[in-house]
Design a binder for this molecule. Structure first.
Ligand SMILES: Nc1nc2c(c(=O)[nH]1)N[C@H]1C(S)=C(S)[C@@H](COP(=O)(O)O)O[C@H]1N2
Ligand SMILES: [Mo]
Length: 427
């Protein structure tokens, strides 16, 4: 079997053809994969017993289910770690290394809340649309629910995600603690264009400012063109009402734009000639560039990827055949390709992209790898449909200088020791 595997080597340090697993039933067969180790034990090795849980009736069904009690590690990392009187600002990162597929379950969707989660009664919450419109309008959750809905799978990512990778030394951390301010959900709601059309947009309007009902009164200016293109006033998240943490009862979804602009607990949209220059878009979210220059209003997030399996805390065991898997996304469209390296960027091989591959959504990539048991550096590099290529760390630091804070999308390196332990490194 191993000669067949050798024929499938496509890049240095044991990367294998992305179609290998697809041919599993044909060329290799289950036995072929088992021969490479790390797979199911032969039947003789163990007798199938009747376990305790098969001997008595199980628990009552309940009204709303939770994950298995054996899955408690699949949780967000709240910051600050404990509540300060149970209120106030915080963030919580998604456990990327324990998830698979493209969707983030609602209970572990990342969160950034600048002044806590407001306790909104949906019956008294209002959304106001005013400013440069012919007819200012207010909407209740109930009235919005009568509009035709649209659904879209989209990622949301904080502009500050991965900022630790700008540091001079590789920060210790996991996929979650370094990159967990990104998540992907199916959002359902009313296209903002429909509501604006009803209000009647004044031709002088070129921008709008969106405001949240939280104590941070988060407000951001959005180009009208984006509002009319693919913005949604989202009421549902993965099929159920948007979670309080993520904007209940409604949030603005601006697919591909920096997380901060996706105003949660949306209460007001005002149409303007020019950006409002709110506190949230002047004191923060500008991009520091070289030579003291600053770029303001950087809205779409460029293509990015990270390997989640293996990754720190999700270590390798015995040498043999593994699937490397990870997530890629771009605020500018679809992911067209993800390349993976096992030799620190010397050679690259294309990964398989799991369908569906959607614009401005997380795309899952996978590639088989035969780990020799020696040291390795794993990297992934996303390319989107505009042709944009995710930059190396060096390229990004050269372009932005070392004082940058936002929109970090450089290539992450996971170093694998000969013990199979995975650590964040700079290659
Ligand atoms: N009203 C309001 N909207 C907000 C925020 C906030 O604090 N208040 N945080 C913003 C930031 S910084 C980000 S990254 C995203 C986070 O969305 P999520 O918490 O649903 O993941 O919401 C944005 N919208
Ligand atoms: Mo954010």
């Amino acid at each position: 079997m191993s000669e067949h595997i050798d024929a499938d080597v496509v890049a240095g340090n044991g990367l294998l053809d992305r179609r290998l697993f697809l041919r599993q039933g044909g060329l290799f067969g289950i036995v072929g994969l088992a021969g490479l180790g790390a797979y199911a034990k032969p039947v003789e090795a163990e007798t199938l017993m009747v376990p305790e849980w098969s001997k008595t009736p199980g628990a009552w069904v309940g009204g709303y289910t939770l994950p298995s009690k054996f899955e408690t590690k699949v949780a967000r990392t709240p910051f600050p770690a404990g509540p300060y009187n149970g209120i106030g600002p915080g963030s919580a990162r998604a456990p990327l290394q324990f998830l698979d597929g493209m969707i983030t379950p609602n209970g572990v969707h990342y969160e950034r809340s600048h002044n806590g989660i407001p306790d909104i009664n949906p019956d008294t919450h209002r959304l106001l649309i005013h400013g440069l419109v012919k007819r200012p309008l207010t909407f209740t959750v109930e009235s919005l629910s009568r509009y035709p809905m649209t659904s879209r799978i989209a990622f949301v990512e904080c502009a500050g995600n991965s900022g630790a990778l700008y540091a001079d030394k590789p920060a210790e951390g996991t996929a979650q603690t370094l990159h967990g301010l990104v998540s992907c959900a199916e959002w359902t709601g009313v296209p903002l264009a429909m509501l604006l059309e009803e209000a009647g947009v004044d031709p002088a309007a070129k921008w709008l400012v969106a405001e949240g009902a939280d104590a941070a009164a988060m407000s951001r200016s959005v180009p009208l063109a984006k509002a009319l293109d693919d913005a949604i006033v989202a009421l549902y998240q993965n099929g159920e009402r948007v979670r309080p943490a993520n904007g209940y009862p409604m949030r603005l979804l601006l697919p591909g734009f920096q997380g901060n602009m996706n105003v949660k607990w949306l209460r007001r949209i005002k149409l303007l000639r020019e950006p409002a220059m709110t506190k949230d878009e002047t004191s923060k979210y500008s991009l520091l560039l070289k030579e003291g220059k600053v770029a303001q209003f950087n809205f779409p997030l460029d293509a990015k990827s990270v390997i989640t399996k293996p990754s720190p805390g999700v270590n390798m065991t015995a040498p043999g055949l593994y699937e490397i898997s990870g997530i890629a996304w771009s605020g500018n469209g679809k992911i067209s390709k993800v390349e993976v390296s096992a030799d620190g960027g010397k050679s690259w091989a294309p990964a398989a992209l799991s369908e569906p591959v959607l614009s401005k959504a997380i795309t899952r990539f996978r590639i088989p790898w035969r780990w020799s048991g020696g040291p390795a550096i794993l990297q992934s590099r996303a390319i989107d449909e505009t042709g944009y290529v995710q930059p190396s760390r060096e390229q990004q630091i050269v372009a932005r200088g070392s004082r940058a804070a936002y929109h970090c999308n450089l290539i992450t390196s996971w170093g694998i020791s000969d013990q199979g332990e995975v650590k964040h490194v700079y290659a």
